[in-house]
Design a protein around this ligand. Structure first.
Ligand SMILES: Nc1ncnc2c1ncn2[C@@H]1O[C@H](COP(=O)(O)OP(=O)(O)OP(=O)(O)O)[C@@H](O)[C@H]1O
Ligand SMILES: [Mg+2]
Length: 506
């Protein structure tokens, strides 16, 4: 074996070189390299589809590279399965985490690695106790014997992290660990990363959020279109420089200038209450308006939107469209009334992964693309092409199965699919979560165009710049209630945070 004499190799705990990986129609990685050092955090950045998750899967033995080498502690290693990578001490928290709904939290944490008693059976008591210890070490207030199914997105993420920490690891990989988390939980993840760093672990951190990258990373590596572009120290980097390395051009991050043309009052929600999730919700919405809903994770925003869309029904109160009462007892009814909802959890709620892009997009609009009950493929393709182009989707073709798209591109499919139904009211729940900085601008511009064309838009977002940059009016929710309402330009980030956190009386 000839060793690559790149200087990086000397200090690196883990070093990948010349990695190629292709899928039918896509070169996901070409001649990619990456180096991780003990006791430091490396941020891997790149646009949606740049190959970040693919290299994580190669590092964890889920995919085998077509060619290229992996060095661990200076010697060449090969992973034939996920177990090989785990044995060496590489663990990952994946972007789409595989956890099991019907198992308990403790069972999920120790799956395949459970403590065994002297009878050769899983030692349930010890398993719960050890699970609790790990959960407490990351400040996760989760009961180990709960069923996973009963946890929200943020808690599930913490379970995935606990799972990664249940084995003795040397390398910890986090693929967008903060995407679903609230401010407080993100701080806890950072505390955890700092602890891991002190223990001498090498950490790979993937995120689309630059504030996080600048806060936590020591080094950066940039991928573009599957290729290594640059690496260096964060101390020498600026956001502008990193963005232009990622995108290959400079990106205008200013929110689109909009002159809202508010039309008729189209939608109203009154005395809307749910036994546990929200209460006394009253608001109205006009055509051409973007109404932002801000709040901390758990404030009840998503639950409210899901009730409006007819996903949940245990509520009282009244919805009207153009003054007429509407009874939305199921999502199909909502779509018929012209209301659509793009969910936050686009992984499980959003798409049917094993079928092609174009079929996913046309699914809720079948009437528009059928003739006498027969699907028209040409129309299906046209409709899909129109919306995927608008959203800057990166895919080999519209025949590609959704499961083979990168995380961010899967999210664009969900947005496209609901827009293709030509709604009058669209509810976007965290519309740019997991979307890279270049496409983010495309989504924002697109959202502005929707409003300009008379659509009424509700945007739930936990990102203050997005809330302030896009909304004509902002409603803040806390503990299931509306606590304040603000006009555009009449509010600061501090005020929003204080209302959301209950530090300011309305
Ligand atoms: N199993 C697969 N089959 C076919 N194509 C795939 C598969 N996995 C990934 N790809 C393709 O490889 C490319 C890289 O995808 P990858 O998931 O690594 O991107 P990413 O950088 O993680 O993006 P994101 O920021 O959106 O998560 C994409 O074009 C994707 O569609
Ligand atoms: Mg990814």
């Amino acid at each position: 074996m000839t060793k690559n004499n790149n200087a990086k190799n000397e200090n690196s705990l883990l070093y990948l070189n010349g990695i190629n990986k292709s899928f039918p129609g896509v070169q996901a990685l070409s001649n990619a390299k990456l180096s991780l050092s003990a006791g430091s955090v490396t941020a891997l950045i790149g646009e949606n589809g740049a190959g970040k998750s693919t290299i994580v899967k190669i590092l964890t033995g889920i995919y085998q590279p077509d060619s290229g080498e992996i060095f661990f502690n200076g010697s060449s290693v090969k992973f034939y399965s996920a177990v090989d990578a785990l044995k060496i001490g590489i663990t990952a928290i994946h972007q789409e985490t595989v956890l099991f709904d019907e198992l308990t939290v403790a069972e999920n944490i120790f799956l395949g690695n459970a403590p065994i008693n002297k009878f050769g059976m899983i030692d349930l008591g010890k398993q719960s106790k050890k699970a609790l210890e790990i959960l407490q070490s990351i400040n996760a207030d989760i009961e180990p014997n709960m069923l996973l199914r009963d946890l929200g997105i943020a808690s599930r993420h913490l379970v995935a992290i606990a799972r990664a920490l249940s084995v003795d690891t040397k390398v910890v990989i986090m693929d967008e660990p903060t995407a679903a988390l609230s401010f407080k939980e993100i701080q806890e993840i950072f505390t955890l990363i700092k602890q891991l760093k002190k223990q001498g672990k090498a950490i790979l951190f993937i995120s689309h959020k630059f504030d996080e990258i600048f806060h936590i990373a020591d080094h950066f590596t940039v991928f573009r279109d599957g290729e290594f572009i640059a690496d260096g120290n964060m101390a020498d980097a600026s956001q502008d420089k990193l963005v232009s390395l990622m995108v290959g051009r400079s990106v205008d991050q200013i929110f689109p200038k909009r002159k809202p043309k508010l039309g008729r009052k189209i939608f109203s929600v009154s005395e809307f209450s749910h036994p546990t999730e929200f209460a006394d919700i009253n608001f109205t919405l006009r055509e051409g308006e973007i109404l932002g809903f801000y709040g901390l994770v758990g404030a009840g925003r998503s639950e409210l939107m899901q009730a409006i869309f007819g996903i949940t029904r245990a509520h009282t109160g009244q919805l009207t469209i153009e003054g007429d009462p509407v009874y939305v007892t199921a999502p199909s009814k909502a779509v018929k009334e012209g209301i659509v909802y793009v969910p936050e959890d686009r992984g499980t709620q959003g798409t049917i992964k094993p079928i092609p892009i174009y079929q996913n997009i046309t699914l809720p609009s079948l009437a528009a693309v059928s003739k006498a009950g027969f699907l028209q493929e040409v129309e299906e393709f046209q409709l899909s092409r129109e919306y995927t182009q608008k959203l800057d989707l990166r895919a080999a073709s519209l025949d590609t199965k959704v499961e083979n798209l990168s995380g961010g591109n899967q999210q664009k499919i969900v947005i496209a699919k609901w827009l293709a139904t030509k709604p009058r009211i669209i509810i976007l729940d965290e519309p740019t979560k997991g979307v890279d900085i270049g496409s983010k601008a495309a989504v924002h511009e697109f959202m502005g165009n929707l409003a300009a064309n008379g659509l009424a838009v509700i945007m739930v977002s936990s990102e203050i710049p997005e809330i302030l940059g896009m909304s004509d009016r902002i409603i803040v929710m806390r503990d299931g209630k509306i606590v304040s309402e603000h006009k555009k330009n009449s509010v600061t980030p501090e005020i929003l945070i204080k209302h959301a956190a209950g530090l300011m009386e309305p």
